[in-house]
Write a protein that binds this ligand. Structure first.
Ligand code: PLP
Length: 284
């Protein structure tokens, strides 16, 4: 007998920080998963206090709680990919290291968040060292921006050549694949290196450019595409296209930075007349 075709959305787990303004972190990740027909679940590494104008403080979650939370979600047995975002400190990074070690076949995308765009530190030095020494080699792909690529590789990264050099260095350090995202360059370009092939994907600078949460969104879109069964290159190409359109359709929600419009694909208006109930009785 033929197996019924599953129409269930793949489950994707985000292990990341909580941004209450919903532009970055877990909430951006969940919206991105939803926009890709994936069901998002989440384990919070740290709460942040922030609004459109930037991060004011960071409050890590107890690593034991984080571990229990991740194990509980994984024990449901449906998670098809992981997205790892802000880790904040060594203890949190170590929990994630354990999880990756015991789930080596789960596709995992690491966004090595170091600082917010208003220059608030989101990862301590020992956490960064642990990412470099232990996490890079345990994930499917790592997606640093220019500053994160520089922090991890020790190379100043500000143009295409140095992006490629940093990508090569991260593979030397153990990464299986790297995407250095160059959204902050005058001519935005992303570099994908899988240890064999180096590709650069060009794009046009699109307004607005003071966007918030692009790194979180890009890495989540890659994770969603991997959960859907796509190859890494296709996942990266599609994630870039999604981020570009989500920036193009972004709108301000406060006086500061502009979050991406993660749900731009959800454009059908709801009309009450399409949902008229069968009226059994009307009493006056
Ligand atoms: N808050 C959280 C929870 C994040 O994960 C990040 C970045 O990844 C930020 C804030 C910073 O976002 P931005 O770089 O847009 O300031």
């Amino acid at each position: 007998m033929n197996q019924p075709v599953s129409t269930a959305w793949p489950v994707v787990l985000s292990i990341a920080g909580f941004d209450p303004s919903a532009g970055a972190g877990i909430m951006a990740d969940l919206k991105t998963f939803a926009a890709h027909n994936c069901y998002g679940v989440a384990a919070i590494t740290a709460l942040t206090v922030q609004n459109s104008q930037g991060v004011a403080s960071v409050h890590p979650v107890d690593p034991q709680v984080l571990r229990k939370s991740i194990l509980s979600l994984l024990s449901d047995g449906r998670v098809k990919a992981l997205k790892i975002g802000m880790l904040n400190n060594l203890a949190t990074a170590e929990v994630v290291g354990e999880i990756l070690e015991s789930n080596p076949d789960l596709p995992a995308v690491l966004d090595p968040v170091v600082r917010s765009s208003n220059d608030f530190g989101l990862l301590d030095a020992s956490g960064l060292k642990f990412i470099r020494q232990k996490l890079l080699s345990r994930v499917t792909v790592v997606t640093p921006n220019l500053a994160e690529a520089a922090a991890l590789s020790g190379i100043a990264v500000d143009n295409l050549e140095s992006m490629k050099a940093a990508a090569r260095k991260l593979v030397e350090l153990g990464a299986r694949a790297v995407v250095v995202t160059g959204g902050h360059l005058d001519k935005p370009i992303d570099v994908l290196f899988d240890g064999a092939t180096m590709e650069a994907f060009a794009g046009d600078r699109i307004k607005p450019d003071n966007t918030h949460g692009t790194g979180c969104t890009f890495s989540s879109a890659v994770a969603a595409n991997l959960a859907l069964g796509r190859q890494l290159r296709d996942a990266v190409v599609l994630a870039k296209a999604y981020v570009v359109e989500a920036i193009r359709q972004a709108f301000p929600v406060g006086p500061g930075r502009i979050p991406l419009n993660h749900l731009y694909r959800m454009v059908q208006p709801v009309r009450v007349t399409d949902h008229a109930p069968a009226v059994a009785e009307t009493a006056h």
